[in-house]
Design a protein around this ligand. Structure first.
Ligand code: NAD
Length: 298
């Protein structure tokens, strides 16, 4: 089987100073991509900044014979995201891959979460992913090629106590990946999302100690590497990944219940049919979903 190579490709990995992003950047560098290693270098809650993490990963890539530049811009600001993409263009002449991975946590139960804590988390995950993808988009469109990856989370897909801000952001990224997948199709741009689990500074205090050797970032990077490769034709999908297991996560709609003169009582009396999961549909566009509803009327 041939190795997946990235020679001639330029990849931006955000939040690549630690954890998952570091692993993605190192692997893409090993496989021949020119990498822009972005990291603001702050703490887990987003406070502070340092150029050291991005510089260290950049040095490591160079030591392994790869090519990389460090970037310490804040992806949550339009200026920072633009400067990051400009740095890739200035140094390497193009941008083929954007791995949106930067993230922070401000966990609190919903009743105790401040507006500032809510906004700060959405700013890095949603705005950051939007802003970097937006800055890279015209370059990808012009060259008729691009790969965009969003880092979602099981917390967003399924909910998690204490993470109202984070789960809102992470489900938002699923919508962004799906729409970019649709809008990018005519220009050769694919967009997907992952919902990972890995032992990093973000999870080390939450996961059991035995997870460290099994839920390695590298086991997430294997999927990311394939999803951003030119041979991957998939777009608009979400995958859960961790500990060596990969699975498609899909948004499905059950068979449903329909009645012309639908009343609240009919809803109540047919609740089991409304909750039924099979046979389900997995629409890949709003049009497909609406089409299914219309078909049911005929
Ligand atoms: P991490 O804290 O090790 O890495 C996140 C990196 O993002 C840090 O290096 C941080 O400096 C950087 N960063 C934060 N804000 C930034 C900003 N504004 N601009 C640029 N860089 C910024 O955590 P991780 O576990 O490697 O997380 C990576 C991504 O994976 C995050 O989006 C996280 O939400 C997601 N995720 C992780 C897990 C897991 O199990 N580790 C699970 C689900 C989702």
């Amino acid at each position: 089987m041939s190795e997946l190579r990235f020679d001639g490709k330029v990849a931006i990995v955000t939040g690549a100073g630690h954890g998952l992003g570091r692993s993605h950047a190192l692997e893409l560098g090993r496989r021949g991509a020119k990498v822009v290693v972005n990291d603001l270098g702050g703490a887990l809650d987003g406070s502070g900044a340092s150029t050291t993490p991005a510089a260290e990963v950049t040095e490591l890539i160079a030591k392994e014979g790869g090519e990389a530049i460090a970037d310490a811009h804040d992806v949550a600001t339009p200026e920072g995201a633009q400067a990051l993409v400009d740095a890739a263009i200035e140094r390497f002449g193009r941008v083929d891959i954007v791995v949106n991975n930067a993230g922070i946590l401000r966990d609190k139960s919903f009743g105790k979460m401040s507006v500032e804590e809510f906004d700060a988390v959405l700013a890095v995950h949603v705005r950051g992913s939007y802003l970097v993808s937006r800055a890279a988009w015209p370059h990808m469109k012009e060259q008729g090629y691009g790969r965009v990856l969003m880092t979602s989370s099981p917390a967003g897909l399924f909910g998690n106590f204490g993470q109202a801000n984070y789960s809102t952001a992470k489900m938002g990224l699923v919508g962004l990946a799906k729409t970019l997948g649709i809008e990018g199709a005519k220009n050769g741009i694919k967009a997907n999302a992952i919902a990972p689990i890995a032992w990093t500074r973000m999870t080390e205090s939450l996961l059991p100690a035995e997870f460290e050797s099994k839920f390695t970032p590298e086991r997430v990077t294997a999927l990311v590497t394939y999803l951003v490769h030119e041979s991957c034709e998939t777009s608009g999908e979400v995958f859960s990944v961790g500990g060596g297991r990969v699975a498609r996560v899909f948004v499905a709609e059950g068979p449903g219940f329909r009645q012309d003169d639908l009343t609240p009582e009919a809803v109540r009396d047919n609740w089991d049919a409304i909750l039924a999961e099979t046979p389900y549909l997995t629409p890949t566009t709003l049009g497909q979903q609406a089409g299914a509803s219309m078909k049911a009327m005929l």
